[in-house]
Every structure is written in C-alpha cells, then in structure tokens.
Design a protein around this ligand. Structure first.
Ligand code: UD1
Length: 355
C-alpha cells in the first residue's frame, strides 16, 4: 500500500510524526509532501528534526498568500505529484489551506482520500478552518475522527458510513514528548528567569483575533494587565499584524518571544500556571498535561476540554482576567482524546479499506 501524506502548517507536522512512525512500523510506502505553507524554520524544520519525521519527499515551496492564491497554487502543483505517485490513499490532516488543496486535487483525480481529524466543527462560518474542514470531510472517502463528538457531527451530516473513530494522533505524540522532557528544566524558564508555576504561556494567531487592529490591541491590553508574566510565543502572523498597526506585544506583564520547538513548548506548558491561547492543538495539549487553559475565542471544537472544566472560553478583558485567576479545575481521568495509539489505528484502517 502506498500513502501520500500532504502537510504544510505547523500543527500538521505534529500530527504527521506518529503517522510516519506507524507507517514505517507497518512497512507501508509513505510519501511526504510539504506544501510550503509554513516555511519559517521554527514553524517547520524544527518539527521534522525534533519529532524524527523523515524529510519531505516533495516540497512545493508555495509560501504565503491570500486564501485563493495560496490554495490555488498548491492545487495546481499537487495534480502532478499525485499522478507521479499514484497512491492508494491521499492522507490529509486537520483544516488548513494545505488540507483543502490536497483534498480537491485528490478527488478530482480519483485517488482515494482519507481525512485525519475529521468531524470537528466550530459552527463559526467566519473561520477559514471551518470551510476547510467541512469541505474536506464531504470530499473524503474515509473520515478518521478523533472523538465521539466528531463522530456525531459526521453522522448528522450524513457521513456515518464512511467515518471511523480512531482517537487523536496528537495524544500519541504528546505523551511521548511529555515523557521525554520529564525531569528536565524548561529552556524558556531558564532563558527568561521565570519562576515555575508563576507565569502563563500564550499563543494568539487566529485571523479572527489578529486581523482587526482593535481586536488585537484589546487582547494585548488584556494580557498585559494580568497579575503574572504572560509569555506570548508569537507566530509570524501576529508579529506582522502588530507591527503594521503599531501594537506593542511586549507591554506590562506581556512578553513576546519567538515560537518554541515542540519539546520546549511542552516543557514550558508543564512549568506554567496556565495557558492562554486561540490554538486548537494547545487547548488539547494543556488538557492532556492537566494544565488549566483559557481560550480566547467565542467557541471551541474541543468541547470536551470545556465540559471537563479544564478550559474556559473568554473574549473580553474582564473574561480573560477572571478565567486565568479561576480556582484549579477538578482532577479527572477522562480520556476523550484516546489512548495514544491512534496512528496505528489510522494505518490499520487504511490497510483494511484498501484491501
Ligand atoms: C495556518 C492555518 C491555521 C493553523 C495555523 C497554525 C489556514 C487557513 N490557517 O494559519 O488553521 O492554525 O496555520 O500555525 O491554513 N508566515 C510567516 N512564515 C511562515 C508562515 C506564515 O511569516 O512560515 C506569516 C505570513 O505573513 C503569512 C501569515 O503568517 O501571510 C499567515 O500564514 P498562513 O499560512 O496563511 O496562515 P496561519 O496564520 O499560519
């Protein structure tokens, strides 16, 4: 069996790591295509290096652009790649423009399409990711869902027969990295002279939070007035938008810092008193590490983190301040994101359906 994985953005490299390992263990042919959506070394190369992912077999070098230009450039380039490799499966990950481009190219060329992390919904049609995930699920031949809630969404859209609950591959990689950094001090704590348990780790990069200067200024002001230091691991998008609008990302309690490699991020989160984010992956990682999370969005796809009390949605300055100072959540041993063996199930499912 031959699988072509298409990835392009930071969270997809994390998801690719356990899949590449499981594919290798099963002895199947696995071709990795990097669209080039993320090209900064700290958003791309460090993940391949740290997580032991084989170098991409194909790199499209597409880079940044408007949604149409970026997605269209990938789409145009992928046709030839798929035809050259003639895969049994095209495997796409999550909800970025790289996901949608590969999905459209694969189905137009009649290559079977599998969507990993299928069935997530925010029901917010202003989010570019929401269109990407809905369109990809409906194009896919198999929807590989991370949670029961995702399976429910797929069923309610008429996709039950082609859906399979496999668990969350980010759990696989997170548990391995958590164990590998256990006992080693956080490089971020040492570099900035932070006191463990007395700072927050923050990431803000969503278009909804960065593109409107008033909204970005409001979030920066809210974070800058929190009691404890807030280390903003600043994605290039937020740096560019803040610079364009004259918004300071280092002010008061708020300290801007470059993005971290994955093991350093996990070590920093483990050492922190809490996470403040609009990232999907980080909400879940915080929960799996049992670190309280505050999510700067009106809704989340990862509803289990909220239902279990480890994540609070907060939008205004007052809501953010109240959420980060809330009492510690109730301990739980719930495991809505699987047992850390999702990638094996993905490969088994692809083998079964290919057969
Ligand atoms: C993309 C995904 C988002 C995901 C995020 C993870 C889409 C629509 N969005 O958002 O779902 O959560 O990745 O990080 O696909 N830039 C750089 N260097 C890079 C990459 C981007 O400087 O390596 C800057 C450019 O100014 C670019 C901007 O960031 O225009 C946005 O990048 P883009 O890839 O369009 O989307 P992300 O915000 O990264």
């Amino acid at each position: 069996m031959k699988v072509v994985s298409v990835v392009g953005a930071r969270p997809q490299f994390v998801k690719l790591a356990p899949i590449a390992k499981a594919a290798s263990a099963a002895g199947i042919e696995h071709v990795i295509v990097h669209t080039g959506q993320h090209y900064d070394p700290m958003l791309s190369d460090v993940f391949f290096d740290d997580l032991g992912i084989p170098a991409p077999d194909v790199h499209l070098g597409v880079g940044s652009g408007s949604h149409g230009v970026q997605t269209g450039s990938m789409l145009g380039a992928l046709d030839a790649v798929f035809d050259e490799h003639a895969p049994d499966w095209v495997l796409v990950y999550g909800d970025t423009n790289s996901t949608l481009a590969a999905a459209v190219s694969a189905v137009k060329l009649h290559y079977p399409l599998a969507h990993l992390e299928a069935g997530l919904r925010s029901f917010n049609r202003r989010m570019p990711e929401e269109h990407n995930r809905v369109l990809t699920d409906h194009a896919a031949d198999v929807c590989l869902a991370p949670t029961e809630v995702a399976m429910g969404h797929l069923a309610s859209e008429g996709l039950a027969e082609r859906s399979e609950l496999v668990g969350d591959v980010m759990t696989d990689v997170l548990f391995q990295v958590r164990d590998s950094v256990a006992g080693t001090p956080s490089a971020l704590v040492e570099e900035l002279g932070l006191t463990p348990g007395e700072f927050h780790v923050a990431t803000i990069h969503r278009a909804e939070n960065t593109d409107d200067p008033t909204r970005l200024a409001e979030i920066a002001a809210a974070l800058s007035s929190l009691e404890h230091p807030v280390i903003l691991l600043a994605h290039p998008r937020v740096v560019a938008k803040a610079a364009a609008h004259g918004i300071e990302l280092t002010q008061g309690s708020l300290i801007a810092h470059a993005p971290l490699a994955y093991p350093d991020l996990i070590a920093a989160v483990l050492a922190s008193r809490g996470v403040v984010t609009d990232s999907g992956g980080l909400q879940k990682e915080a929960f799996l590490l049992r670190v309280p999370c505050t999510t700067v969005r009106p809704e989340t796809e990862w509803v289990e983190t909220v239902d279990l009390g480890w994540n609070v949605l907060a939008n205004t300055s007052d809501e953010i301040a109240a959420a980060v100072s809330r009492p510690a959540p109730q301990p739980t041993d719930a495991a809505p994101y699987g047992d850390g063996r999702a990638a094996e199930r993905v490969i088994d499912e692809l083998l079964r359906r290919a057969g």
